[in-house]
Design a protein. Sequence first.
Length: 174
Amino acid sequence: MPREIISLSKEQLKLRPKIEDVINEELVGDRRQNALDFVAYLRANKLNPAWTATNAWWVNYKGKRLVSIRVRGVNTVEIPWGYGLDPGSWHIGHWLQGYNFPDNANDELKRFIWANIQPCKHCMSCKPGHSGDVLGKQFESACYFRIENPDEEGLEFTKKLLESKKETIANSIS
């Protein structure tokens, strides 16, 4: 029987679980391994995911948000505020506000970015989303950039974007 979201929320609020524990409990196969590999990469680069909500963690750098990570377990009911994940799935989300994608992005990286820009689903306070140009392509009512169940290639692109975002943040602070 699926776990009730309210009891899971209360439990996690008290425990503030490590992301690895939830990944190991809720994901299987390649999804589990890719998620664990990504978290290991983050920790190796001193980017420690901090629990923020039910099955959700933020990763910050110098006080600025780099990404969010969300997990919908195989035994967890749908989270009503818009994660939009299938059971046994996870995603890495990048907000578009305040971030300029790298100008030197090659065509392959551009296609990856364009393919992972999500339309606004009116789930949070940013509705109706953001419109504008992303690396030469126009988007209307976009929410954010989100990679669902990334494979090895998707994780490599994500790491490049994280490094670019870190550089942008470091340059804006200095």
